[in-house]
Design a protein around this ligand. Structure first.
Ligand SMILES: [Mn+2]
Length: 352
């Protein structure tokens, strides 16, 4: 049986926009939500969807996020492009009669939409995690390296010319999610990237890509390198407390470049939650599945795809209990990486 999301996903972009108009014209006010601790792909996609809803569907739309925007590049992204995004705590949810979420799905749990509210619109490039047929409009999965690519197609289907700021946001969203079109990149990503390029503001882009960094950023990196352990093909590092959860992914990504490693795991705590980020450079492995299976028994939420994945888990108890919990997690991951029993070596000593 074809589900609603397959229906929509198979339509050309113009048909998707027409479907949005058919379903939602006449609604009063829309709120589009990113995933928590949003990355540029998520924010650009939300902004573009709000633009389509406002300009073509005729529903005034706003965008919001949960968690924090911590990475310097992401903070610069919001500031430089003047992205009109609010924190969900500053938003009166009862003022909206249309809800969308992008770059995640309702059941994944890493978004601030209350459980009582069902998203009317879900647009996400990650593999389908739930029956999107429960949403009036679900465009999920497909051949996309970024949700920003999907929304660029919507703009093109709607014949909407993006502002230089929105074009730059989408361009950077695609660039960041696909690591400069080198990771999980499909034809539509390249096509939209090229379509956006003449429309972006290159000076703004440069400001976003090369931001000033706070001192604590370098301290965090210092700790990350000091604590990293190398096990034959894996590197694992415990960041302790982090000042922003999205730095965990950044460190995991950076350490994944260490030669001869194919697994990189970083974790750090922020406000009684443990954030984990996994990078896998072996195409036969699936980071998303592995992190879900490994973290499942501990509650929280997990998600991702082939080469990158993340999870967050509740951290309870005293320091000793938390440390024991982290050791248990490391043991499980080492087993999954095939390096169980190895003592590992410090990244800073010659034995590594
Ligand atoms: Mn994405």
């Amino acid at each position: 049986m074809a589900t609603a999301h397959q229906d929509v996903a198979n339509l050309p972009a113009k048909g998707k926009v027409e479907r949005l108009i058919k379903l939602f014209r006449g609604r009063e006010r829309a709120l589009v939500m990113t995933h928590d601790n949003p990355d540029p792909d998520s924010m650009a996609a939300a902004w573009a969807l709000a633009t389509v809803l406002s300009e073509r569907v005729g529903v005034p739309s706003e965008i919001a996020y949960g968690g924090i925007i911590g990475r310097a590049e992401n903070a610069a992204f919001v500031k430089t492009l003047k992205i009109p995004i609010s924190h969900v705590e500053d938003v009166d949810l009862s003022a909206f009669d249309l809800f969308g979420i992008v770059d995640t799905q309702q059941g994944v749990g890493n978004h601030a939409l209350p459980e009582s509210a069902v998203a009317d619109i879900v647009i996400d490039h990650h593999p389908v995690r739930e029956d999107a047929a429960t949403h009036l409009f679900g465009d999920v999965g497909g051949e996309y390296g970024a949700t920003s690519t999907m929304l660029t197609e919507y703009l093109r289907g709607a014949r909407l010319e993006p502002s230089p700021e929105l074009a730059t946001a989408l361009y950077y969203g695609i660039k960041a999610d696909t690591r400069d079109l080198g990771r999980q990149t499909r034809d539509p990503d390249v096509d939209c990237y090229l379509w956006l390029f003449p429309r972006i503001d290159r000076e703004l882009l440069s400001q976003i890509e090369h931001p000033k960094l706070p001192v604590r950023y370098f301290r965090l990196y210092h700790a990350a390198i000091e604590k990293a352990r190398i096990y034959t093909t894996a590197v694992i590092t415990d960041l302790g407390d982090v000042y922003s959860p999205d730095l965990v992914a950044e460190v995991s990504e950076r350490l994944s470049f260490i030669e001869d490693t194919k697994w990189s795991l970083a974790f750090g705590s922020y406000r009684s939650q443990l954030f984990l980020s996994l990078r896998v450079s072996d195409r036969r492995m699936n980071a998303g599945r592995l992190i879900r299976e490994t973290c499942e028994p501990y509650g929280g939420s997990a998600g991702g795809h082939g080469s990158m994945a993340g999870a967050r888990l509740p951290l309870a108890g005293r320091k000793a209990q938390r440390e024991a919990f982290k050791r248990e997690l490391v043991r499980r991951f080492k087993e999954a990486f095939g390096v169980e029993g190895e003592r590992g070596a410090s990244l800073l000593s010659d034995e590594a």
